[in-house]
Design a protein around this ligand. Structure first.
Ligand code: G3P
Ligand code: CA
Length: 249
C-alpha cells in the first residue's frame, strides 16, 4: 500500500491552521487527505479549530463551549499568522470555519478527511452524533477517518455506525497496541512520529492502518515512507509530496 500524505490542520507550516485558506493550500500542494480538529459551540455548532479556546489562533478570547457561532465568527482566524512569510492582508478575513463549510469546500476534490474530535478537556455532549450527521449530509461519500485521544468518543462513533473508520491517537508508547485495538475493534491507530520511530511494534500486516503524526523533518519523512505507513500527517505537505514522488521515480 502506498503511503498517503495528509495536510495537518491544512498546511499549517506556512498557512493559517484550520482555515479554508489553509485547506485549499494543502489541496494545491497535492495532498491525499486533510486532518482537522473539531469542537462544539455553545449553540451546538461544530467548528474547526484546534484549541478549546479562541485565544491562540484568533484575535478573540474565550472557550468555544461558552461562545455562539455568531460570536466566534466576529474574529479573524488569519491575523495571528501575520508573522508567516507568505502573509497577505486578506488572511485577516479568514474566520473559524464550520465542519459543514469545510466539507462543502472539499466537494470537488476526492481527498480523504481525518476529523479529530477534541474531547479530552471537555466532553461536548452529543458531538459524535452531530459530526457524523454533518458528514452524512455534506461528506459526498468521501473516506472519513474519525480520530481522538479519547477512547469513549471513538466507541460512540462506532456505536452510531460500525462501518465508520475510527483511529486512536497515541502519543509515544502504547503497551501491546494490537491487543488494545482488537479488544475495542478499532481499525486504525495514529501514532506520533517519535512513538513509531522509537521502535514500538505498531506494525503488522493484518493491521495496516498505521498513520504517523506530525512528521515535518525530511529524514523522518523518508524513513516513514520507507516503512510504508498508511499515511504521514505533516505541517509541510508540499515537502512530503515531493519526497514521496522522489521514491517513485
Ligand atoms: O492527528 C494527529 C495530531 O493532529 C494530534 O495532535 O495536537 O496536532 O491535534 P494535535
Ligand atoms: Ca489534530
Amino acid at each position: 500500500m502506498e503511503t498517503k500524505i495528509y495536510g495537518h490542520r491544512g498546511s499549517m507550516g506556512t498557512y493559517p491552521e484550520n482555515t479554508l485558506l489553509g485547506f485549499m493550500q494543502a489541496i494545491k500542494e497535492g495532498v491525499d487527505g486533510i486532518e482537522l480538529d473539531v469542537h462544539m459551540t455553545k449553540d451546538g455548532e461544530i467548528v474547526v479549530i484546534h484549541d478549546e479556546f479562541l485565544d491562540r489562533t484568533t484575535d478573540g478570547t474565550g472557550y468555544i463551549k461558552d461562545l455562539t457561532l455568531e460570536e466566534i465568527r466576529r474574529h479573524s482566524a488569519g491575523v495571528k499568522f501575520s508573522h508567516f512569510d507568505l502573509f497577505e492582508d486578506q488572511w485577516r478575513l479568514e474566520q473559524v470555519p464550520t465542519l459543514q463549510e469545510v466539507l462543502e469546500l472539499l466537494k470537488p476534490y476526492s481527498i480523504e478527511l481525518n476529523i479529530e474530535l477534541k474531547t479530552t478537556k471537555f466532553t461536548y455532549k452529543g458531538i459524535e452524533e452531530k459530526v457524523q450527521q454533518i458528514v452524512q449530509v455534506y461528506g459526498n461519500n468521501r473516506k472519513v477517518i474519525y480520530s481522538s485521544f479519547h477512547l469513549p468518543t471513538l466507541l460512540r462513533i462506532k456505536q452510531l455506525d460500525p462501518n465508520h473508520e475510527v483511529a486512536l491517537l497515541v502519543e509515544g508508547n502504547l503497551p501491546h497496541p494490537h491487543e488494545y485495538m482488537d479488544c475495542f475493534h478499532l481499525e486504525a491507530i495514529h501514532v506520533s512520529r517519535k512513538g513509531i520511530l522509537n521502535g514500538v511494534d505498531y506494525w503488522r500486516p493484518s493491521f495496516p492502518r498505521l498513520r504517523a503524526w506530525t512528521v515535518n523533518d525530511m529524514n523522518d519523512m523518508k524513513q516513514l515512507l520507507g516503512l510504508r505507513v498508511a499515511a504521514i500527517i505533516t505541517d509541510y505537505p508540499e515537502k512530503a509530496v515531493f519526497y514521496k514522488s522522489e521514491r517513485k521515480s
